[in-house]
Design a binder for this molecule. Structure first.
Ligand SMILES: *[C@@H]1O[C@H](CO)[C@@H](O)[C@H](O)[C@H]1NC(C)=O
Length: 274
């Protein structure tokens, strides 16, 4: 009899557990309207995507293949059924070597970040360093270079002397011009300040501002020259007349005897400035 009531108690216990899990399910909100598609099939492309990022100023994707120690660019979307469009951007052979595109080697990189200029920063796990692949493809070590592979650690300071745990995640922070490093192995979040030239976008707005400034300068020069040419005969004609006094007053900075001399020196002045 006792065992029977125990069984009944057990039944209610599990019933309650079930109700509790139903309660959890009831809190799930299934929001419709989203779609999933596969855009890169690593089996077909012969790569092993570990991380992916959009490549700035391009429609390509950057794909980090950790096991292949390589970074690829892949058009997005891949046109038609073409699979030969994938390009190796850097790496491909395991090792540690900086330099020109093609000769660079990484060792099981685990995370990467990209700045608006197209520089790719790679947490090179196997070498315990942080690397930079410039937009043109040349590779350098920006942090951990002195201590690489020798010892993991948590040393801050000049970046080449810094040490990291092998388990890093990188993020680019545009308004700080910096890399944030989730140093998981050390339970730290760290920051690497980047150089202004790493972050400076060769933006059309900056170019635009410069060309507007140059245009303004050119127009003011031209205007000054034209003004000089236009008023010179007028002044010559009126040399000694009442006009001269007014123009002389207007050209206080050019203390000359005659109007002719004034405009000539005005022209010279303009030409010097332009
Ligand atoms: C960084 O490392 C180099 C090479 O080991 C050393 O010469 C230099 O003194 C170190 N700098 C600092 C600040 O630790």
């Amino acid at each position: 009899m006792a065992s029977h009531s125990f069984a009944v108690a057990l039944f209610f216990f599990f019933l309650l557990l079930d109700l509790a899990s139903l309660q959890v399910l009831a809190d799930v909100v299934l929001e419709d309207g989203y779609t999933v598609t596969t855009v890169i099939d690593g089996h077909k492309l012969g790569i092993n995507p570990h991380s992916v990022l959009p490549r700035p100023r391009s429609s390509d994707l950057l794909v980090l293949d950790s096991s292949g120690s390589a970074v690829y660019t892949v058009p997005f979307p891949i046109p038609g059924s073409e699979e030969s469009v994938i390009k190796r951007f850097s790496g491909g052979v395991e090792g540690y070597s900086d330099g020109e595109p093609g000769s660079a080697r990484f060792k099981k990189p685990r995370s990467f970040a990209v700045d608006p200029k197209g520089n790719v920063f790679v947490a090179d796990k196997g070498n315990n360093v942080i690397r930079k692949i410039s937009a043109s493809g040349s590779v350098s070590t920006i942090a951990g270079g002195y201590t690489h592979s020798l010892k993991p650690g948590r040393e801050d300071g000049p970046a080449q002397n810094a040490t990291f745990s092998p388990d890093l995640e990188l993020a680019f922070v545009a308004d700080k011009c910096a890399l944030l490093v989730s140093d998981r192995g050390n339970q730290l979040v760290r920051l690497i300040n980047l150089k202004p030239e790493d972050c400076a976008r060769s933006s059309p707005s900056a170019l635009g501002a410069a060309s507007i400034w140059l245009l303004g300068l050119g127009l003011s020069c031209l205007f000054g020259l034209l003004l000089g040419i236009v008023i010179r005969p007028y002044i010559i004609r009126n040399t000694g007349g009442p006009q001269q006094a007014r123009i002389q007053r207007d050209m206080e900075a050019l203390p000359n005897q005659s109007g002719e001399a004034s405009t000539d020196s005005l022209l010279r002045h303009q030409k010097r400035n332009c």
